[in-house]
Design a protein around this ligand. Structure first.
Ligand code: 5GP
Ligand code: ZN
Length: 116
């Protein structure tokens, strides 16, 4: 897919509005439009990477920082003490619907396991 057509590239570029709660030169975090928990934030790299399946080893640091930003946002959202879940869906069976890597941060209620 063309990067210009990618929904999350367009959100990162400010072309499509979103409830952005964090932004830096490498990544952006915004609230999910269809939240599955009281806190449901998506953390994405600005760089277009279609899926974790398409990750290059050179992107290991970037992905590590994605988790650190999510961890810090959990603190800011007030869910760090009770706990939260970070999820990456990949491919059809994983339930991936947007093909730009994103980390879901979910919390604010007790989450079930297995996820279904
Ligand atoms: P996936 O299913 O690919 O893991 O997650 C994609 C997520 O993006 C879904 O939770 C969905 O609700 C969210 N999403 C889809 N379109 C938009 C949008 O236009 N804005 C926002 N903020 N979230 C979106
Ligand atoms: Zn993209």
């Amino acid at each position: 897919m063309n990067v210009a057509d990618c929904l999350f590239c367009r959100i990162a570029g400010g072309e499509i509005p979103a409830d952005v709660i964090y932004s830096d030169p490498e990544m952006v975090a915004f609230r999910d439009i269809n939240p599955q928990a009281p806190t449901h934030v998506l953390i994405i790299p600005r760089k277009h990477i279609a899926s974790v399946a398409a990750l290059d080893s050179a992107e290991a640091g970037l992905m590590g920082r994605l988790f650190l930003v999510a961890r810090d946002l959990a603190q800011e959202e007030g869910i760090a003490e009770d706990g939260y879940r970070m999820v990456v869906n990949a491919g059809p069976d994983g339930g991936q619907t947007v093909f730009h890597v994103h980390l879901h941060l979910l919390g604010g209620r007790a989450l079930k396991w297995p996820p279904g």
